[in-house]
Write a protein that binds this ligand. Structure first.
Ligand SMILES: *Cc1c(COP(=O)(O)O)cnc(C)c1O
Length: 363
């Protein structure tokens, strides 16, 4: 006899992401902006004061306070995690019991299904419409019919960049009072439909936020869950005690203390998105009868755009060509997801795409 891996892990492979030295990264929805020098200086100064021989603050208090002050919410309702990814894992692993039904939407962030499987939950899948919209009434009906215990989704959505407006989310929360709704607002700094300010009104709501996207802190691994006292207490009790390192806490505290810098950075990313969508809209019209005809999902709500080549195999071909030219984008079965880059990076992406369509080989 020898040790056998269980069913859950025996066929797993590590998360794969393209990382290539010297490449242009438009594949992971990070901020293209390096951390601002004044923030960096403060991170270094706070890190100097860290007692490295001691465990970190279990509740990451200073960091949660800076986060709460930035968004104007009560710090007592905030829990920090090693990325919101960790918080998703804890929530799905601890707030539900094996076999309970979790409602997920498709397409959506792939980690929800992954952690639901790890927690041995039964996934009930709501298929979005052809153009990737959620119809809230249909979602509610499905949740009731199936007797779901929870719902998790990203708003605005990764990977579709579409979103539900506040009114629609309120409707969902009121229609499903006995279900836990985990609302992942990882990209809400790029849109204005956050429910953070209304957390006091819903005892079945947990909102997730992250330092990884608009805040430009993907490398420090810091995320937050916001919910009413009962939920927050349970989450703080369920998490591992020292989940956020002292260095991350110091960095997070420094980052959220600079609202003006963060808002400017967000505006700069949005300006880049405007440039990219403007150019892609023109290309979409010009190429509509070519083998490279594509559709861009209009009015993106995030720091990335979705383009879908109409000839299905073209998605993979374009992805491969861009990669050869050291431009990394994310390939999905039906489309490409392109993260907004710097002005030069966006321009380079567009030129390489144009060269491919013209049958020329970009330099
Ligand atoms: C990027 C992303 C996150 C953030 O993950 P972190 O672990 O905080 O880096 C969470 N949810 C969605 C939908 C994302 O796209």
């Amino acid at each position: 006899m020898s040790y056998e891996l269980n069913e859950k892990v025996k066929d797993l492979v590590p998360y794969a992401v393209d990382q290539k030295r010297g490449a242009i990264y438009m594949n992971a929805n990070e901020s293209f902006l390096p951390v601002h020098p004044s923030i960096k200086k403060e991170i270094i100064s706070l890190t100097r004061k860290v007692s490295f021989n001691r465990y970190p603050d279990t509740l990451a208090l200073k960091c949660c306070q800076a986060f709460a002050a930035f968004y104007g919410i009560d710090p007592a309702l905030v829990t920090a995690g090693a990325g919101s990814d960790e918080l998703i894992s804890i929530l799905l692993g601890c707030f539900f019991s094996k076999g309970e039904k979790l409602l997920v939407t498709e397409p959506d962030f792939s980690m929800y299904a992954f952690y639901a499987d790890m927690a041995e939950l039964e996934k009930v899948c709501y298929q979005k419409t052809e153009d990737y919209r959620i119809e809230p009434e249909v979602l509610v009906e499905l949740a009731r019919k199936e007797g779901c215990r929870g719902l998790i989704f990203s708003n605005p959505c990764n990977p579709t960049s579409r979103g539900l407006r506040k009114g629609q989310i309120r409707m969902l929360l009121k229609a499903l009072p006995d279900m836990l709704v985990i609302l992942d607002e990882a990209y809400m700094d790029f849109w204005n439909q956050s429910l953070l300010g209304e957390i006091g009104e819903y005892d079945n709501l947990i909102i997730l936020r992250t330092a990884s996207k608009a805040m430009g802190g993907a490398g420090i691994r810091l995320g937050f869950a916001v919910g009413q006292q009962k939920l927050t207490k349970a989450l703080q009790a369920a998490k591992s005690p020292y989940n956020v390192s002292s260095i991350t806490q110091a960095a997070g505290t420094a980052i959220f203390k600079h609202p003006d810098i963060l808002k400017d950075a967000t505006m700069e990313i949005l300006a880049g998105r405007g440039f990219l969508t403007g150019a892609l809209t023109r290309m979409e019209a010009e190429w509509k009868d070519s083998p490279y005809a594509f559709h861009m999902i209009p009015e993106p709500k995030t720091n990335f755009v979705i383009i879908r080549f109409l000839a299905q195999k073209k998605n993979a071909q374009v992805y491969g060509y861009l990669k050869k030219k050291k431009i990394l984008v994310r390939l999905f079965p039906d489309f490409l997801r392109v993260t907004v880059g710097s002005a030069e990076e966006n321009q380079r992406f567009l030129s390489v795409l144009a060269a491919l369509q013209e049958g020329a080989d970009a330099k």
